[in-house]
Design a binder for this molecule. Structure first.
Ligand SMILES: NC(=O)c1ccc[n+]([C@@H]2O[C@H](COP(=O)([O-])OP(=O)(O)OC[C@H]3O[C@@H](n4cnc5c(N)ncnc54)[C@H](OP(=O)(O)O)[C@@H]3O)[C@@H](O)[C@H]2O)c1
Length: 329
């Protein structure tokens, strides 16, 4: 079987994890091209992963990269333009979260994917991890009954460098789009679109949200409490409380959770240990490859409509906390 040929855009931390994880995919994969920014780090990346062609211009990468599919892992504000050009050239795309910085951009990308009949998926890899699949199965089997509340927090003490993408408004900085996207994703996945959203944030001098606290309220008697922070590290599990019991996704729940705990109110706790090879990005990669093979332009597990709902929700949160990426919007 011929290997699937990947083009990689971005050479940062998650791109390294993604490429390292390709060995675990259930079919042969090859990275044939990389598009970088800084010459030295791009050449080092190409050397480390045996990538034959390194490019520094998107046009040339697209014209000469000879790839079957592109993976994009650059700062958020670059996603829109890079995804757009790939789709216009009918190159299927897996793009890191958040797919775009606002709903308008996301709609345009989805419209372009449809017009070009070309696959597009947001790299919300959590959706494909064994831990979340188990949680979804326990909930759909009715183990904890109707969900009453969900608590999810993600905090990372980012290095205090105003030039880093975490704090730079021009690169879509802020805790919500980087970290808060995971708690928001989880609430939307398990509980759907809230009827009311309340959000507050602490803003940096540059005007990005260093911390963000969000409350989702549902008219059917459910709520979610969601937090993100670039100023402090939280090591909390996710807690999903239902009418019959609770489910905990142990920290780090947003990547390699060590286990899922089920505690029924009238029973003994049960722990499901979790373990898998590598980082775990290959679960989403396998979904991308299966969709492309089946000539789908979107994943049924993470459809375009879901990405649109997620960014619409984050636009609302951002407007309540007064964060704007005005140079891009
Ligand atoms: N799924 C996940 O778990 C996960 C985890 C982390 C991040 N992410 C997402 O992935 C994206 C990247 O995050 P990261 O942590 O990997 O960031 P990072 O370490 O800062 O890497 C960003 C990379 O983009 C490169 N770059 C900048 N401008 C570019 C351009 N015009 N063309 C090509 N490459 C360019 C940078 O190159 P230079 O260093 O040379 O400037 C750097 O290699 C973000 O959107 C983030 O939200 C996802």
């Amino acid at each position: 079987m011929e290997p699937v040929k990947w083009g990689i855009i971005g050479t940062g931390s998650i791109a390294r994890e993604f490429v390292s994880d390709l060995v675990f995919v259930n079919a042969p994969q090859q990275v044939v091209a990389v598009l970088g920014h800084n010459k030295d780090s791009t050449k080092e990346f190409a050397g480390t992963f045996n990538i034959p062609h390194a490019f520094f211009e998107l046009d040339t990468f697209i014209a000469k990269g000879n790839m079957d599919v592109a993976y994009i892992a650059t700062p958020h504000t670059l996603h829109y333009g890079q995804v757009m050009q790939c789709l216009q050239h009918r190159i299927p795309v897996l793009c890191e979260k958040p797919l775009t910085i606002n709903e308008t951009q996301c709609k345009e990308l989805v419209d372009t994917a449809r017009a070009a009949q070309t696959f597009l998926m947001e790299g919300m890899w959590l959706r494909f991890l064994p831990g979340i699949r188990l949680v979804m199965s326990l909930i759909s089997k009715g183990k904890i009954g109707k969900i009453v509340s969900l608590r999810a927090s993600m905090g990372y003490k980012a290095p205090a460098d105003p030039d880093s993408r975490y704090f730079d408004p021009a690169l879509g900085g802020g805790s919500l789009l980087d970290l808060g996207v995971y708690p928001v994703f989880l609430a939307l996945l398990l509980m759907g679109v809230p009827d009311t959203i309340k959000a507050v944030g602490t803003l940096s001098e540059e005007g990005i949200d260093e911390t963000c606290s969000v409350l989702f309220h549902y008219s059917r008697g459910q709520h979610a409490t969601l937090e993100s922070s670039l100023k402090s590290e939280t090591k909390l599990p996710v807690e999903i409380a239902g009418e019959k019991g609770t489910i905990k996704m142990l920290y780090p729940w947003f990547e390699k959770t060590p286990g899922i705990e089920l505690q029924l109110y009238n029973g003994e706790p049960v722990t499901y240990p979790m373990q898998w090879e590598g980082h775990g990005l290959y679960f989403e990669t396998e979904e991308v490859l299966s969709c492309i093979q089946n000539k789908q332009i979107e994943s049924k597990l993470l459809p375009h409509a879901f990405s649109l709902e997620m960014i619409r929700t984050m636009d609302e949160i951002r407007s309540q906390v007064n964060v704007s990426y005005s140079m891009h919007e």
